[in-house]
Design a protein around this ligand. Structure first.
Ligand code: UDP
Ligand code: MG
Length: 329
């Protein structure tokens, strides 16, 4: 029997024909440096170019390469999920097809994994060849997300990472639809560490992440890992109603002192409208809290994740009385 696979490299591919030749060459070099058996899983996310044909042929020819073709474009996060579901390795590495994630970093990740870390993510020290807009929005997004969520989602880290088999096994028990995989892995915990790298320019082709896909990913990140937006309505509601009440008090004082600044009808209208607005917002916020709970339930995440158990096996090893009796017979 052949040795079991140690490393699975998952690569989502969407219209990347321009980059495939150089990607395959670099992967070949990487695989030849591995000491243990590895597989590369290409997940084609509904490409409309010649990529699927090339990758399919490669998978037929070379047993180290595998190919999964999705029926349409499901998006990057779903594509990497499909690849990880199919991975057999003891360590699973996710990287982009465009060589912005250099394959050499994978070796550093594996070294950390061999030291005993369960999750090794790659932090981007710099990002070459990306527009100032993309860099600054990404920078802002990671920081805002950090403020809004209680899960420590690492900053300036994409999906380029290595995870241990046991992390993948629990990740697969998180069936949520709108996936923000990097957040889900952070949520899982385990022993995490990082390697730093300078993100290169795309080797060829153009980004497959236009603004709307990037926005969708950011929204998924926020909604999946924070209920701060739901609570916003409560705070706004409280603030507006509070101000309305204060204003009402002030008008009352003016009225009692027969102040000439008071215009008949105006103050009462404003007070009533803002008070009602505030109440409305407050109620929306309260509904939001319940929606938040439904949302959390609907994600069907495990309640907790156990990393290690000690002593249980020993208890089970104690032979029950009945069995002991049977042995004596
Ligand atoms: N990708 C994908 N489905 C998509 C968009 C992108 O599988 O709908 C893949 C793409 O082929 C690449 C990776 O996801 O391997 C990252 O995409 P890209 O490099 O375009 O994103 P950027 O680096 O510009 O953020
Ligand atoms: Mg890229």
């Amino acid at each position: 029997m052949s040795e079991p696979i140690s490393y699975s490299i998952v690569i989502p591919v969407f219209n990347e024909e321009a980059v495939l030749p150089v990607l395959l060459r670099r992967l070949e070099q990487l695989l030849s440096r591995f000491q243990r058996p590895a597989e590369v899983i290409f997940v084609d996310d509904g490409s409309r170019d010649s990529g699927p044909i090339v990758l399919q042929a490669l998978a037929k020819r070379d047993p180290r390469f595998r190919y999964i073709g999705l029926s349409r474009n499901f998006g990057h996060q779903i594509a990497i999920t499909a690849g990880m579901d199919a991975a057999q390795g003891k360590a699973i590495i996710v990287m982009d097809a465009d060589l912005q994630d250099p394959p050499e970093v994978v070796e550093q990740m594996i070294a950390k994994w061999q030291e005993g870390y369960d999750v090794v993510y790659a932090r981007r020290l710099s990002r070459a060849g990306e527009s100032r807009f993309k860099r600054s929005t990404a920078h802002l997004f990671y920081r805002l997300l950090g403020i809004m969520t209680s899960v420590a989602i690492p900053v300036d880290v994409g999906d380029f990472r290595l995870i241990d088999r046991k992390v993948l096994d629990v990740l697969r028990r998180m069936p949520e639809q709108d996936r923000f995989v990097r957040g889900m892995i952070a949520w899982l915990g385990f022993r995490q560490t990082e390697v730093a790298f300078h993100r290169l320019e795309r080797a060829a082709g153009e980004t497959k992440y236009p603004l709307f896909k990037m926005t969708r990913l950011a929204v998924n990140g926020v909604l999946g890992f924070s209920d701060a937006p739901l609570r916003l309505a409560i705070w706004c509601g409280l603030a507006v109603s509070g101000l309305a009440v204060l204003y009402g008090c002030w008008v009352l004082v003016l009225w009692m002192s027969n102040d000439s600044r008071l215009v008949a009808g105006w103050s009462s209208t404003i007070v009533i409208i803002s008070l009602l607005c505030g109440m409305n917002m407050l109620m929306t916020g309260i509904v939001g809290l319940y929606v938040g709970r439904i949302h959390a339930e609907a994600k069907r995440r495990p309640l907790y994740v156990v990393q290690q158990r000690e002593g249980f096996e020993r208890d089970q090893a104690v032979v029950p009385h009945g069995a002991l009796h049977a042995l004596h017979e």
